[in-house]
Each structure stands twice: as C-alpha cells, then as structure tokens.
Ligand binder design. Sequence first.
Ligand code: DGL
Length: 283
Amino acid sequence: MHISTLQAKHPIGVFDSGIGGLTVAQGIAHALPNEQIVYFGDTAHMPYGEKSAEAIQGYSVKICQFLLQHQCKIIVIACNTASSVAVELLQEQMAGRVTVINVIDPVVEAVKQSGIGRVGVLATQRTTKTGVYPHKISLASPGVKVMAKAAASLASIIEEGMFHSAHTMKAIMDYYLSDPCLEQIEGLILGCTHYPIIKNHINNYYNGKVQIFDATETVAQAVKEQLRNQQLLCPDTRKAQHHFYVSDYTHSFEQATKIFFGTQVHLNHYPIWEMIEQITPLK
Ligand code: DGL
C-alpha cells in the first residue's frame, strides 16, 4: 500500500486540559465520521486556566509526543488556554512531522469573514490575560473592536451540570454577559471549549441577535480542509472507533463525557506524568 494511503488511515490526535475538548472532538467526529480520533485529556493538570504558560507548554509538548507515538496524522489543540500559549512552540517542534491546528486561528478567520465590527470574547482567566484574541483579530481584521470578558467559574459550572436548569442559567448569563464591556457587540466568541454546551442559553440571552462563534464547527472544517490539502482524508467508509485517554481517571470524568461528546465514552487511564523518563546518561 502507498505510504500516503497508510498515513491517511492514521488517526487525528486531539488534546485538551481535560474533557471539555470533547466538544471539539465531537465536531470533528460529526464532520468526518470515517476518521479515527485519539483523544488525550490532561485531567491530572486541569484546569490549565490557572497554570503558568511555561507549565502548559511543557504539558503540551509531552502530550504531542504521546499523540505522535499513536501515529496521529494531524494534531488539534482542543483547548483555548493551550492554544493561546503553546501553539507556536508546538508548530515549531512538530514541523516536518505533523500539522498542528489550534482552536483560535480558525475562529479569528471566521470573524474576519463575517465582516462584523464589534466582537466580544468570553474565555477563562488565563486566555483573557494573554490577550490572544484581541491581538490575533487586530492583525487579521484591523478596525474590529474586541472586548474580552473573563468568566472565571463558567467552565466549572458547566462541568457540574448546572446548565440543565433554565432558571439558574438565566441568572448566570445575566451575571457574565451584562458586563458593560460586552454592550453593543454584534458577535460573541466562545473562547473556551466548555461553552458550546451552553450556546442555547447564550443565544437566548441575546434573543438570537448576536452571532455566536463556536470553534467546534469551525475547527472541524479547518481539519477537513487541511487533511484534504495534504491528501490525508481517510479512504475508509466505515464509521471509526475512537480512543480516549486521560492522565487521571475518575468515574465522574467518565460520566461527564456525555455532556461534552453527546454519548458517554470509555476513558483509558494513561498516567503519562507518573511514567519514569528514560534518563540519557551524561557524556
Ligand atoms: N479547555 C479549556 C479552554 O478551552 C478550559 C478549561 C481549563 O482551564 O483547563 O480554555
């Protein structure tokens, strides 16, 4: 078999600080049902939103090595926080081996295409602090006004399943979205992989009048385009079986996968941080 045909059958690697990135994996599985996904959730270190940039870079490099060992033909950073601090480093380190896609650039491009003039960003503290969205949007679409709002606890609220109560969610949406900095926005970027779960509540808050930029669909299209360009789309017609790994396993993580992936999936415990490194002897 030709080498590129073999490679085309290799999986798509996806990683996140935890299980929130499963929203991105689900978007890819939906857009590319024949592609196999190998997912790694660094549950031992989540939330990345509270870690230093250096720590997140170190974790991301090691996780990419794990995905390379699984012969992934493309790697998707399904985490805004890791995308904001590690994408350049990963692209540099993986150059010539595998393409690395992140969740921010495709959304920045979508904002540009939309032609809107005022956009809000809802994200974790760390992502907001990096200023990555305002910076990248100012380069891609000069003149577009970007207002970033940090929603410190929103990811945890979603993980706890509070979004099932319309009443509670109305109060939570009022709390975060009524911030004066978000007044008169025409679009809102969901700057954290957990937020697509509450997209309906956000839409309700704005009565459908604000365009929501959701990375799950945009990133899946970017992955499809990249694989097509590299002639790496899987030729199989069968629905693929995915593999999900986490650095720390709990039953509640496994139960929560249903929220983010639509169906509950089996999580394999892979304690990547407890594995003793092969120490290269000093010469
Ligand atoms: N998945 C992360 C993101 O998209 C949110 C959770 C975290 O802080 O680890 O930014």
